[in-house]
Design a protein around this ligand. Sequence first.
Ligand SMILES: Nc1ncnc2c1ncn2[C@@H]1O[C@H](COP(=O)(O)OP(=O)(O)OP(=O)(O)O)[C@@H](O)[C@H]1O
Length: 662
Amino acid sequence: MNSASAQRRHIDTILNFGDQSLAIKRYSPTHELIGRSWQRCLNEYGLDPSQPRPARIVTQQTLREHQDSVDEFLNVARAGVEQLYTQVASLGYVLLLSDYRGITVQFLGDKRHDERLHKAGLYLGADWSEQYAGTCAVGTCIQEQKALTCHRVDHFDSSHISLTCTAAPIKDPSGQLLAVLDISALDSSRTPESQNFALHLTQLYARLIEDAYFLRRYRKKVVFKCDYSRELVQVNGQLLFALDENGDVLAANSAARAMLSEVVIPGASLLSVSLPQLLECEWRDILSIAIESNDGVRAFRVSGTARTLFGTLIEPAVSVPRQSFIDNAQEESVELLDQLSADDPAMRRNLSLAKRLRNRDVSLLILGETGTGKEVLSQAIHMSSVRAGMPFVAVNCASIPESLIESELFGYLPGTFTGGRAKGAKGLIQQADGGTLFLDEIGDMPLHLQTRLLRVLAENQVQPLGGGQPIPVNVRVIAATHCDIHKLIETGCFRADLYYRLNGATLKLPALRERADKQYVIQTLLKRITLVDSGRMVRLRADAMSALLAYSWPGNIRQLSNALAFAEATCDGAEITVYNLPEECFIHSGKVTGLAALSASAVNPLIVDRVSNAGDDKKQMLMDILRHTHWNISATAKQLGVSRPTIYRRMQKYKIVAPNDR
Ligand SMILES: Nc1ncnc2c1ncn2[C@@H]1O[C@H](COP(=O)(O)OP(=O)(O)OP(=O)(O)O)[C@@H](O)[C@H]1O
């Protein structure tokens, strides 16, 4: 049957259905939902089956409003959405996440089918409300608040009868519908039964996302997680209850609500119970789970039933009160170190070591790729130590010419050099007296100076050039390098004895791409750039965040900082989109990179167009940033992280002429 005659037949079926509404009774449970939906389409919304409707994609402005209203949720949902998509993409599915009004606020799909997907409404911004699109997985899921598959001719609108769509609801902690997770295929020759797998998978991910959002919203409260199986509760506890300090239930996830609805007196509010009442126990029995049981799990009887629930406690994510003997000033200053990371295993180790050693006079060696924040960490260690009121002197051994490094570091006496200052000069080591000396790029220090530095460290005194008495100094040395220091030692470029002297402890900073708390780093930097540097509030849209998370950041935090400053400068409104990011964030070696391509193009299908027009965009971006900086070449160069001559070269290449030069 060709598609036109299939469509005609479908229209006839629906028209006949309108005449014989009793036919619903013949439908299986899924079809019962479909039947009810067809009735709503005909009787409530007045949709005409003989008039197929084109897909409706809302405007960018409207889309943003919808995305804004679920912004916190989108950030939590991202990982689950991307994981589900990677599982089903090879089976020909695209993924849509819609808000509770049916507007697609996130979309992942294969760019190669872009035109067909757009036409079918499988697209960012598409309106899948039942009132507009008729019976469909998303719209009907919203109306029925149940997971379902809408397979081919289950759809009301005849233009959708080649689609197979499966959707599951996601509720907020108050039990209200928040979003709908949907996977859809353009053509599916498979039977409706074969969609069972899709249905289970979509429901599973909807639950995971719902629970992640629940835990995020109630991260400052005690959450009781329980399950009917003791073995599974820690890894997959299905019921979640957020509790106040008396054990009263503040919120419950869908599975917990389902349980509550069975035991709470009909008509009473589901949250009118306290957990101890519900579980026939004392509040302290719940609070002491971790102490009283070996596996952190305890059995409870559900009130008025023979059922047993196994529960564990998730403690609130607030910082543990520190020992009272640490004075307030010191406590505040440790926060500087805490702020450097949210939850990354390597950073956790580094920061705990840094905290323990901050007031010891052991030298520290910080290793890490360029831009990973070695100097920032050194400053934070200094500021959180008892030396905080004293100088922090940073010396970049790679940037001082070799001929000057000795006098810069050790200082010189009057008359030592022709051309030197008449009174002589204090060296940087002496300037750091009482404080911290940060020796960046220590691997670039010439060998003969390594010997002199070693002497300073061993004897705590510095001998200025030109002779005289050695001057006692009290400095804490933190050295850093991006080089493989062991290789330098092997090749005789670095003294092993200096290495041992510097290496009281080694802190190895992870590359940004390896960090588990990348999202935190991005948000913190953005906050600093927008509030402190530019003074305006700008936020990242989900597509931009996805692209930033997927990029490999060879220049680490420095590059990220430049990229965010660039994005902030080029975005017009209060929102950074993927279009505002420097192109290197999604192009690597002239190609769109694997995951970056997936997330960037999938989240925003137009991105590939942008990649192909990279030259035009580069020019446009340069123009935007020049205008934004009022044609200040230095500021533009800083925003882009390139030199001034590069900006002039690019202006020449793109034939951009500053207004004053016209
Ligand atoms: N945790 C952080 N928060 C905010 N900005 C940071 C952080 N870490 C690094 N940066 C920024 O990233 C840039 C590079 O940081 P830093 O100079 O400390 O890195 P580095 O590892 O010492 O680099 P290099 O090896 O090139 O000397 C700086 O602009 C710094 O402000």
